[in-house]
Design a protein around this ligand. Structure first.
Ligand SMILES: N[C@@H](CCC(=O)N[C@@H](CS)C(=O)NCC(=O)O)C(=O)O
Length: 203
């Protein structure tokens, strides 16, 4: 499989998941001009122009982070319980990441966003991170005692919060500090040439 990624983008979640599950993959970097590191136009791979994209061994391309994470979990039989409430809680939490957290970071990435849009997004992010902190409670991972697909996504969201100086509850800063010492996260950071200090990201 080939993971099309941009360093520190939301594809970082899939990168962590691939390392965690030990599935065979290689990375293909895509630059801001939507060129792959081997010189192809990324739009020919994903016409939506969005990362992540996962190319399967038969050349099929999967897009949309939630689908890619579920695919990785399904292939590996890990990171998403097959049955029981924790499966649905993990999907619920990952969906919340894509629709409520990720979406509200957009004004911080888009240069033409207004200060009003950014302020509104910041308020929503603070509110949504509080919800996530409540869900985490005193557990090591967001859903139950095992890592699920929700955790790599939450790591990215918290890294971005650090980058854009969005205050998150102490419980989540503690969680991120722990996750940053997890071997899969350490390796993904190194492979993408990223500092563990997210304030250095995209600079
Ligand atoms: N709906 C997509 C959104 C993914 C997304 O926003 N990707 C960002 C990187 S984190 C991207 O490719 N942005 C490039 C652009 O907007 O042109 C998903 O959930 O995978």
């Amino acid at each position: 499989m080939i993971l099309y990624y941009a360093p520190g983008g939301c594809s970082f979640a899939d990168h962590i998941a691939l390392i965690e599950t030990a599935l065979p993959y290689r990375l293909m970097r895509v630059d801001r001009g939507k060129r792959t590191e081997d010189g192809r136009d990324f739009l020919t791979i994903n016409p939506k122009g969005l990362l992540p994209a996962l190319e399967l061994d038969d050349g099929t391309v999967l897009t949309e982070n939630l689908a890619i994470l579920v695919y990785i979990a399904h292939q590996a039989g890990a990171l998403l319980p097959e049955n029981g409430l924790d499966r649905w809680r993990a999907l619920e939490a990952t969906s919340f990441m894509t629709t409520e957290l990720h979406t509200n970071f957009r004004p911080f990435f888009h240069r033409d966003a207004t200060s009003v849009e950014r302020a509104k997004a910041r308020r929503l992010l603070v509110k949504h991170f509080a919800t996530v902190a409540e869900q985490l409670a005193d557990r090591p991972f967001l859903v139950g005692d095992q890592m699920t697909i929700a955790d790599p996504y939450l790591v990215v969201m918290l890294m971005w919060a650090g980058k854009f100086e969005i205050e998150v509850p102490k419980r989540l800063s503690g969680y991120l500090a722990r996750m940053k010492t997890t071997p899969s996260v350490v390796r993904a950071l190194a492979d993408e040439g990223l500092s563990p200090d997210s304030r250095q990201w995209f600079s």
